[in-house]
Design a protein around this ligand. Structure first.
Ligand code: LER
Ligand code: MN
Length: 264
C-alpha cells in the first residue's frame, strides 16, 4: 500500500516541485484532476520521470456526472472520462474516479424523493458504466466507482452498491474506490465491507471522521489498513481532506508519520 495525496498550492507551482516535495514528505503519489492531466501532460510526464513519484489516480475535471439527471450531461461525462482515460493509462495512474453524482440530490434532505425511480436510475448508471467499461478496456485504464455518503449522493452510498452494479454488468474495467470518510458514515463495519468487496477495491481516499487530516478524528485507520492488507490491496491511498488550522507542510509531515505508523 502506498500513500498519495490530492494537490495543494503549498507543494509548489510546477509539477516537478510538487512531486519532489511529496517525496520529501514521504508520499509516493499525487492524485490530480483530468483537465490538469490533459492540459499539462508533457510537464507531468517529465516530472514523474525526474522524481520517481507517480500520478496515482485521476479525480474530477470532467463535465456532468455518470448518473446525471440530465441525459446530455451524462453523455458529456462519458465522453470526457473516455478522453481522460487515454492519458490516465499512459501516465500509469490506477484509473479515473467517478461517483454516481456529487451534490445533485440527497434522500435525507427536502424534497426527499428524487425525480426518477430507482429502476430508471439503475438503468442510467448501468448504461454509463457499460460505455465506460468499454473505454477502460480499450485504453487499458479503469473507472473507479466511488460510493459517497447519503448527503452528497443518493444512488451509490455503500461499497456493496458499487459492487452490485459492477457484478450485474460483468464490468471488468470498473473497480471500487473506498473512501474512509464516506465509509465511516455509511458502512456498518468498514472492515467487513472491505473484505466483502475484496479484489474490486482498487483505490482508497483518506480523511478522518470529521474530514480533517487522518489523526484528527476518530476513524480506526489501523484496523482498516490491516483489512486492506489482508485482502491483498496494493494500490495508492490518497489523502482527500480538509486541513485543521496551522502550517500545511507541518500537517503533511505529521500525517505521513501517523499514516505510516497505522500501516505497520
Ligand atoms: C466527494 O466527497 C469525494 O469524496 C470525492 O472523492 C468525489 O469524487
Ligand atoms: Mn473521495
Amino acid at each position: 500500500m502506498k500513500l498519495a495525496t490530492q494537490d495543494r498550492g503549498f507543494f509548489g507551482s510546477t509539477y516537478e516541485q510538487k512531486l519532489s516535495k511529496l517525496k520529501e514528505l514521504g508520499f509516493e503519489g499525487l492524485e490530480i484532476d483530468g483537465k490538469s492531466l490533459i492540459e499539462n501532460y508533457s510537464e507531468i510526464e517529465k516530472a514523474v520521470k525526474a522524481t520517481g513519484v507517480s500520478i496515482s489516480s485521476i479525480c474530477g475535471g470532467y463535465r456532468g456526472w455518470i448518473g446525471d439527471f440530465d441525459d446530455e450531461q451524462r453523455k458529456l461525462a462519458i465522453a470526457d472520462i473516455g478522453e481522460i482515460m487515454k492519458r490516465t493509462a499512459e501516465i500509469g495512474a490506477a484509473g479515473v474516479i467517478a461517483p454516481a453524482a456529487f451534490g445533485i440530490f440527497s434522500r435525507k434532505l427536502p424534497p426527499f424523493a428524487p425525480p426518477r425511480s430507482a429502476e430508471v436510475e439503475r438503468e442510467a448508471l448501468l448504461d454509463s458504466l457499460s460505455k465506460l467499461n468499454d473505454h477502460a478496456l480499450s485504453t487499458g485504464s479503469a473507472l473507479l466507482l466511488e460510493p459517497l455518503n447519503r448527503y452528497e449522493d443518493h444512488m451509490i452510498n455503500k461499497l456493496e452498491d458499487a459492487a452490485s452494479l459492477i457484478q450485474e454488468g460483468g464490468f471488468r474495467g470498473v473497480k471500487v474506490i473506498a473512501d474512509f470518510f464516506h465509509m465511516q458514515i455509511e458502512e456498518r463495519d468498514i472492515s467487513a465491507s472491505l473484505r466483502e468487496t475484496g479484489s474490486l477495491v482498487a483505490h482508497v481516499h483518506l480523511a478522518d471522521s470529521n474530514r480533517l487530516q487522518p489523526g484528527c478524528g476518530h476513524t480506526d485507520f489501523r484496523k482498516g489498513f490491516r483489512t486492506l492488507k489482508e485482502i491483498g490491496f496494493e494500490g495508492h491511498m490518497a489523502v482527500e481532506c480538509e486541513l485543521a488550522p496551522g502550517d500545511g507542510l507541518q500537517a503533511y509531515a505529521e500525517m505521513a508519520n501517523y499514516l505510516k505508523a497505522c500501516m505497520q
